[in-house]
Structure formats: structure tokens, C-alpha cells
Design a protein around this ligand. Structure first.
Ligand code: ADP
Length: 338
């Protein structure tokens, strides 16, 4: 599914690597967050200390990993990358923490998926740059304190609310990333097109920007499919040029709809509209109906559907808007007597 923000193929990861902006100045959009990060980094430099721990929260593909790399780069410090799912025991975390060099930036992606025992170890590490390691088993077990090098933790999560309070409170700053607007996505696309050596006009870029779910990762992925299309259907002979017709043909071929909804977005909308007559539908009912975790629905699907005005959240559940009925070509809203 081309518009699934969570997916990234090997080829795409390589392409993403090449496309990642290297500095805050090159990073498009997220103006508030950029300013906040800049201040935090500059203040740390002036005081010659490691920057505070940073939590980056927001849906997949909006630039959390990129920002973590930029933080390390701008602070002139090495970066270590890990992820919540890779830390299943406190020992996994102890191994990483004890091998950090002074001032290193530790990035933990999907930090909300870390094991509970590791989470508790992290509290002390973040606060005092110290951990307690358990040695031995049963009655003879003792805890041995171990000093760590000072480090900056950059955690990423799809939703800050997924973290337990004691962990959330230990970050000096939480950045909430927003979906990108079309002008920003056009900038991301123009940059990627020039790196791909693809000549593409403003109208064609705008068409992609409107259909990429407000997400740079998806924008870049769609651009690659457009590039493929241009190669296979060269309108100018070189195959290095794409116009709006090429964009429409390529995106239609891959079932990317006019709003850029992905398979899961569409499944959720179908359930609300047809099975529940427009809602309200509770989060857990929705999750069970589409066979996904409630967390994914809440952190990945809903924010976008709310942002583009297809659903609203009410105390009794999620409700489809008139725009949703229109987008799915269904007549006049809820049926009589609903
Ligand atoms: P996340 O970690 O939030 O899932 P990434 O940082 O991996 O997202 O971003 C995915 C890709 O999108 C990156 O490789 C980069 O090419 C692109 N990207 C993300 N944010 C921006 C941005 N603000 N400006 C330019 N490109 C971006």
C-alpha cells in the first residue's frame, strides 16, 4: 500500500537516507518545533553541557528519525540508534547505556514499546546518568551501581500519551510534530525531484502534495512511482520529465485516492459509514472491526482523518462528517431512523 506511512522497503530506506535533510535549516516545515530545538541546542552549547532529553511525538513518516539525526549533527555529537522493540530486557538497555561515549545522542524509536523493566532503568539513567545492575539470582542477588557517560536521549513515539508519566516527565522538551501542509510538501517534493533528476512542473508537484497524507515519507514514495511511470511512458523522449497527467495516471494505477487515504484509513471509514451508519463508534469497536491495534487507530489513522475533516471525535465515539459521505460517494448521510 503506497500510502501506508509505516511501511518502508529497503530501496526506500536507502532513498530516504539520501534525502534526509542534515541541518535544522534544511528541514522543511515544523517551524515551531525547529525554533524550539534550535534554542535548546544553542543554550546547551553556550553552557557547554549535553542538551536536555528530547521526546519527538507524532504519526509515522513526519521526520522524527531525521530530527534525531539533525540534533546529533547540530550538537556535533555521535549518534546511537536503537528502538523500543529491540529492548526487551533491562539488560538490553544496560548494554547500550554502558557503552555510550560522553555526550553521545541516543535515539530510541518507538520508545513506548520498550520493556517495562528497561523503562524503570531508564528513569535513573536519564536523571542521574547512573544505573543499578542486578548481579546474581535469588537470595544472593545484589545491585551494583554503575556510572554512565552523560548523554542526550531522543525518544520517538507516535503519541506522547502512550508513555507512562514518570518517563514522559523526564524529557526536558516534547516536540509534537504536525502533518505538513501542501506548500511544505511541495518543497519536500521539489528537493527530492531534483535529487532524482526528474523534471516536474508545479502543477504535477501540487497534485502529489495533495495526495500524500500530509506525510513527507509518502510524498517521496509517490514521487518515485511517478518517476517510474515517466521512465516507462516517456512523453518527451527522455523519460526524465513528468507532468500532471503522468502523476494522475501513476497514482490512479496504484489506487492512491484523491485524498491519499491508505487501506486502513479506508477500512476505518467504511466501518463507520456502512456498518455503524456514520457513528458514533468507540475506538475499541473500530479496532476490532478492522483487525488493528487500538493504538494504531488512535495514533496513526485518526489524527489524519480528523485533520482532513472526515471524522470528528465526540465523547461517545468517532462520527463521520458530511464530507466523508460525499468522499465515499454515499448518499445523504445516515439512513432514516438511525
Ligand atoms: P519518522 O521517523 O517520523 O517515521 P523519518 O524521519 O524517517 O520519519 O522521515 C521519513 C522521510 O521523510 C525521511 O527520509 C526524509 O527524507 C523525509 N522527511 C521527513 N521530514 C522531512 C522534512 N521536514 N523535510 C524534508 N524531508 C523530510
Amino acid at each position: 500500500d503506497l500510502t501506508d506511512p509505516k511501511l518502508a522497503s529497503e530501496a526506500e530506506l536507502a532513498f530516504e537516507g539520501a534525502l534526509r535533510p542534515r541541518s535544522l535549516a534544511e528541514f522543511v516545515g515544523q517551524t515551531r518545533v525547529r525554533g524550539q530545538l534550535q534554542l535548546l541546542l544553542t543554550a546547551a552549547t553556550l553552557q557547554q553541557r549535553t542538551p536536555d532529553h528530547i521526546l519527538l511525538a507524532g504519526p509515522p513518516g513526519l521526520g522524527k528519525t531525521t530530527l534525531a539525526m539533525i540534533v546529533a549533527h547540530e550538537a556535533g555529537r555521535p549518534l546511537r540508534m536503537s528502538s523500543g522493540p529491540a529492548i526487551q530486557h533491562a539488560g538490553d538497555l544496560a548494554a547500550v547505556l554502558s557503552s555510550l561515549v560522553p555526550g553521545e545522542v541516543l535515539f530510541i524509536d518507538e520508545i513506548h514499546r520498550m520493556a517495562r523493566s528497561a523503562e524503570e532503568m531508564l528513569y535513573l539513567a536519564m536523571e542521574d546518568f547512573r544505573i543499578d545492575i542486578m548481579v546474581g539470582k535469588g537470595a544472593g542477588a545484589t545491585s551494583v551501581p554503575l556510572d554512565l557517560s552523560p548523554f542526550t536521549l531522543v525518544g520517538a513515539t507516535t503519541r506522547a500519551g502512550l508513555l507512562p508519566n514518570p518517563l514522559r516527565d523526564r524529557f526536558g522538551f516534547t516536540a509534537h510534530l504536525e502533518f505538513y501542509d501542501e506548500a511544505e510538501l511541495e518543497q519536500v517534493l521539489a528537493r527530492a525531484a531534483s535529487m532524482l533528476g526528474l523534471a516536474i512542473d508545479g502543477e504535477a508537484i501540487a497534485e502529489i502534495a495533495g495526495r500524500c497524507r500530509g506525510t513527507p515519507r509518502i510524498a517521496n514514495r509517490l514521487l518515485r512511482r511517478v518517476r517510474d511511470y515517466a521512465l516507462v511512458h516517456p512523453s518527451t523522449g527522455s523519460g526524465r520529465r513528468a507532468d500532471v497527467d503522468a502523476v494522475r495516471a501513476a497514482l490512479d494505477l496504484y489506487d492512491v485516492d484523491a485524498l491519499g487515504l491508505d487501506r486502513l484509513d479506508r477500512a476505518v471509514m467504511q466501518i463507520i459509514l456502512t456498518r455503524f451508519d456514520g457513528g458514533p463508534v468507540g475506538l475499541n469497536t473500530l479496532a476490532v472491526s478492522v483487525g488493528e491495534e487500538a493504538e494504531t487507530i488512535e495514533a496513526v489513522v485518526e489524527p489524519f482523518l480528523v485533520r482532513i475533516g472526515l471524522i470528528t471525535r465526540t465523547p461517545r465515539g468517532r462520527v463521520a462528517t458530511p464530507a466523508a459521505w460525499r468522499h465515499f460517494g454515499l448518499p445523504n448521510g445516515p439512513s432514516e431512523g438511525a
